[in-house]
Ligand binder design. Structure first.
Ligand code: SF4
Ligand code: MSK
Length: 669
């Protein structure tokens, strides 16, 4: 079997350019969203779907990554039209410009995730010091487990003492000035990855340092070596992993580690009888308080004629609440404006990331109170609450009261809620998955997955991550590729807006197992679910986009159990609708960790055949992971299946050889 079954994988000529001619803006496969978009058209309302069409045709230089604005002599655009145009004013080549632009996307993503983790760590520290009385340690077991993993002595310490030390250790990973790697990176990867990152000189020292270093490395007159820049980008992506892991661990300690929970998803979860509050963004330190405040103020809502208050989620704050509290999910990223257009949203409370500025003017066309809460994510003329952890619940109550007051101003004639909603079972943290698997193998739960792969019951595992991207039909590729992989017996995990797409479309249900799973996957889910007394859904929802490290930890455990490094594990990742800088950063650390990573929209790499080749092929030689850049969902599914089949085939050969010659399994891939 050739290393890449598709030998043209790294050939740019296979890829259609991303420029599109689109006239109909209603590009969604979600029936509820389609209904609202039709209504928007009747009303002349403008959403991101229309704005995307208005932006066409987009600039070819930007789309392919060959526009440089890293100094104010620019922009410089590379073109083959004349000799002089083949370099920027300073002489930077296409490969330098494409690599630098890519590295800066990674830096943006790493900064976002890490800042989120920094905020949560500061909240934990305030709580430990008695300055944030509305928060508590909700999962002492997770606290002890994280402390032990980070080498912190747990014996004889109260939760408060221990959580303080954990928070300080986490903050040290951001600012440390030693040459040691961040603890949350070093202690969460395989021995093979430690050696690889050291050998390639991409081990970061501290989160903040790595982001500063890559911005320096990629500015005018600095690094022009594309390989060195890409290695710098991968180093930066490893601090993205670090910040994400810190965020997930500390959020679990604060709010509880998710366990399977039932809820509903899609715009049909909005209820005209109730005060509806949507929370949107990423950080649960705010949204958890909104849920609690809403619970406490139900009577006040009834006093204005509502039946009560319903909180629903959008994007990843929605995923955080769905995972831990079973709060219904109204939509994923591209649905955010559509929730306002139903006319029934009394308030939208946002924290950080993925929040469209357009929400504010759109809310003004309705009675919806649009509330911002972060000092770094303000939107002009919104209601702004300076959300401080010291008086979290009190502030959350003020926001909920604003929603209650808006309820009376609803224009009943403009209320139109699509009836579409689906049941969803979510809450599959790694701990929850292991609890289920331990009913089959108490001593070594992860072996249940490995055994199923080695016996041929499963073809492998695929993590679906990433966003909505207006370039393609909302949710269509997510659902198509997932069902195609399910048919081929791939165990499916999901996070972020990909998980949102599955929740909305009914794939987070046991019924979807019967409808879409191949015989092997069906028997696996029913066998392990049956042993544990739970009905498993087709896709296991592992959390928000910042929770992708939960899935990577599972993969690392699989590698350790198999006695191999990650590049040999039949585990892939797919971001069918990657959009955000954070998605670029996640994809990059997945590649560095050794995974094949499918991306369903073309990132701006086409401007350099060299950089494109590094991302799609050379990365595999060095790290064992590579990007599969494929916009056609059918081809994308086939390429993911090819990558998993290749890994299973090779793993079996190496294991058989190791058994025959009584040696360890070969380390190379
Ligand atoms: Fe142009 Fe070089 Fe400045 Fe980029 S850094 S804008 S290529 S002169
Ligand atoms: S919200 S980063 S669109 S997953 Fe996490 Fe969704 Fe992507 Fe934002």
């Amino acid at each position: 079997m050739p290393r890449f079954r598709n030998v043209r994988l790294g050939d740019l000529k296979n890829q259609a350019t991303s420029r599109q001619k689109i006239t109909d803006p209603k590009r969604t496969s979600d029936a509820a969203c389609h209904e609202v978009l039709c209504m928007a058209e009747e009303q002349g309302a403008i959403t991101a779907f229309q704005r995307y069409v208005a932006q066409q045709p987009q600039c070819g230089f930007g789309l392919t990554g060959i526009c440089c604005r890293n100094c104010i002599q620019g922009p410089c655009r590379i073109s083959s039209k004349s000799e002089a145009n083949q370099k920027g004013i300073c002489g930077a080549s296409d490969y330098t410009i494409v690599a630098r632009n890519y590295a800066r996307l990674v830096a943006g993503g790493a900064a976002c995730h890490s800042q989120h983790g920094h905020h949560v760590a500061k909240t934990v520290l305030k709580m430990a010091e008695g300055k944030a009385p509305d928060y508590k340690v909700s999962d002492p077991n997770k606290l002890s487990a994280v402390a032990r993993q980070m080498g912190i002595e747990t014996e004889g310490k109260s939760d408060r003492e221990l959580v303080r030390e954990v928070a300080l250790a986490a903050l040290d990973d951001y600012h440390s000035f030693t040459d040691d790697p961040p603890k949350w990176l070093w202690n969460n990867i395989t021995e093979g990855r430690r050696k690889k990152f050291k050998h390639c000189d991409i081990l970061p020292t501290a989160v903040d340092r790595a982001v500063v270093e890559i911005m320096d490395q990629t500015t005018m007159g600095m690094d022009s070596d594309p390989v060195n820049i890409i290695f710098g980008a991968l180093k930066t992506s490893l601090v993205d992993f670090t910040g994400m892991h810190i965020t997930t661990d500390l959020s679990d300690i604060l709010f509880g580690t998710p366990r399977p929970i039932k809820t509903e998803a899609n715009l049909g979860v909005l209820d005209k009888e109730y005060v509806n509050i949507a929370v949107h963004g990423h950080n649960p330190t705010l949204s958890e308080m909104i849920v609690e405040a809403a619970e406490q103020l139900q009577a006040e809502a009834r006093s204005v004629g509502a039946k009560g208050i319903k909180v629903c989620g959008i994007c990843c704050t929605g995923n955080e609440l769905l995972m831990r509290q079973g709060v219904a999910l109204a939509g994923n990223q591209a649905s955010q404006e559509l929730a306002v257009l139903t006319g029934v949203l009394d308030a939208m409370v946002v924290d950080v990331q993925c929040i469209m500025p357009a929400l504010k003017p759109l809310s003004e066309c309705f009675h919806t109170r649009f509330i911002t809460t972060s000092e770094t994510a303000k939107i002009p003329s919104s209601y702004h609450f300076d959300f401080q952890e010291e008086r979290a619940l009190e502030t959350a109550k003020e926001m909920v009261r604003l929603a209650i007051s808006a309820f009376r101003e609803r224009d009943e004639k403009r209320v139109r809620i699509p009836s579409v909603k689906n049941e969803a079972i979510a809450g599959f943290s790694r701990e929850a998955i292991y609890e289920i698997l331990s009913a089959t193998n108490r001593e070594n739960p992860v072996r249940v997955i490995n055994d199923a792969i080695l016996s041929g019951e499963l073809l492998g595992v695929c993590l679906f991550a990433g966003c909505n991207n207006l370039r393609i039909m909302q949710d269509e590729s997510h659902v198509y590729i997932a069902t195609e992989l399910a048919k081929n017996n791939v165990l499916l995990l999901a996070t972020g807006c990909a998980a949102g797409a599955f929740a909305k479309s009914g794939l987070l249900t046991p019924a979807a197992v019967d409808a879409y799973a191949g015989e092997g996957l069906k028997s696996f889910l029913k066998r392990v679910g049956g042993a544990a007394g739970v009905e498993l859904p087709l896709v296991l929802h592992m959390g928000s986009c910042v929770d992708n490290t939960r899935a990577m930890d599972l993969c690392t455990d699989m590698a350790n159990d198999l006695g191999v490094d990650v590049p040999k594990v039949p585990f892939a990742a797919s971001a069918p609708e990657a959009m955000h800088e954070k998605a670029v950063s996640i994809g990059s650390w997945c590649v560095a960790m050794g995974l094949p990573v499918h991306v369903g929209v073309m990132p701006p790499l086409e401007g350099s055949q060299l950089v494109y080749g590094i991302a799609t092929q050379i990365a595999h030689d060095v790290y064992g992971g590579h990007f599969i850049l494929e916009q056609d969902p059918a081809e994308g599914a086939r390429k993911i299946i090819d990558a998993l089949e290749y890994r299973v085939w090779k793993l079996k050969i190496h294991r058989a050889a190791a058994e025959k010659y009584e040696t360890p399994v070969a380390v190379h891939w």
